[in-house]
Design a protein around this ligand. Structure first.
Ligand SMILES: C[S@@+](CC[C@H](N)C(=O)[O-])C[C@H]1O[C@@H](n2cnc3c(N)ncnc32)[C@H](O)[C@@H]1O
Length: 246
């Protein structure tokens, strides 16, 4: 049995004291199947993704920062969804791809080049104070080119720079098997859903990366009525993602 331990927690007032507390809790349980990070601590779990060699190879190859390493469980859920979506009509979409790390892990995991699927990635890639989204450490005038380079070997991946939802009028697939929305921006997420939800195939999967996070509660508050009106309800996962199978 393996453990996966990171010290990446968002919110504690004193990170050292918090880490000590987590360590004390770890000392009280059998040293197997422990996961810490991304704001959760659990133990006595199979952590099956750690035994999935293909996933671990793809994940280890592309993650760089501590924050990226900490979100391994979220990444595995996205990979699971992508793998399921290979059997569903339509393409893959990520609204808010940032550096393209999650999407690149997905591409390797599902061996996108062997499928007939396309993967559409969108982001602004830059940030300035008047823009209605929060800054990320690697936003820059070069990021768009860097992300295109990350996918240069995969002609089925289409990286587009632009503001969601407007950009979706210009380039977006007609049919969607997997819709991953990770914009940290409630109006943009609703704008994306208004344009893309009807294109998601029956059985298609929607992952809302921030749905369960209090800091992004505005997204849940906007999305719950959107889905209720259409007869759906999002499942809040322990990772903080929201999951919906259409
Ligand atoms: C948390 S990051 C995405 C991380 C990425 N999904 C990953 O897992 O590696 C959120 C991204 O959403 C983008 N974003 C926010 N609002 C946007 C909008 N209206 N149009 C396009 N991109 C937007 C930001 O530029 C930022 O890079």
């Amino acid at each position: 049995m393996k453990n996966y331990l990171t010290n990446m927690f968002w919110g504690p007032a004193n990170h050292d004291e918090f880490a000590n507390g987590i360590q004390q809790a770890i000392n009280q349980v059998a040293p197997h199947g422990i996961f810490t990070g991304d704001n959760f601590f659990t133990f006595g779990r199979n952590l099956s993704f750690l035994d999935d060699e293909k996933f671990m190879t793809a994940f280890s190859k592309h993650v760089e920062t501590d924050a990226e390493k900490a979100i391994i469980w979220r990444s595995n859920i996205l990979c699971w969804a992508a793998r399921q979506s290979m059997r569903i009509a339509g393409d893959l979409v990520e609204c808010g791809c940032y550096k393209g790390v999650s999407a690149r892990i997905v591409c390797d995991y599902v061996e996108l080049e062997k499928s007939d699927k396309h993967y559409y990635l969108y982001d602004l890639f830059e940030h300035s104070p008047e823009m209605n989204h929060h800054a990320m450490p690697e936003h820059s005038a070069n990021l768009y080119a860097q992300v295109k380079q990350r996918f240069a070997d995969l002609e089925q991946v289409h990286v587009t720079q632009g503001s969601i939802p407007e950009v979706l009028h210009h380039i977006a697939p007609e049919k969607i098997a997997l819709l991953h929305i990770d914009l940290n921006n409630a109006p943009a997420e609703i704008g994306a859903l208004e344009l893309l939800f009807d294109r998601v195939s029956t059985g298609g999967i929607i992952i809302l990366d921030d749905y369960g996070w209090l800091a992004y509660r505005a997204q849940k508050e906007a999305e719950d009525p959107f889905f209720e009106e259409r007869g759906y309800r999002v499942l809040e996962l322990p990772t903080g993602q929201g999951l919906l199978i259409k």
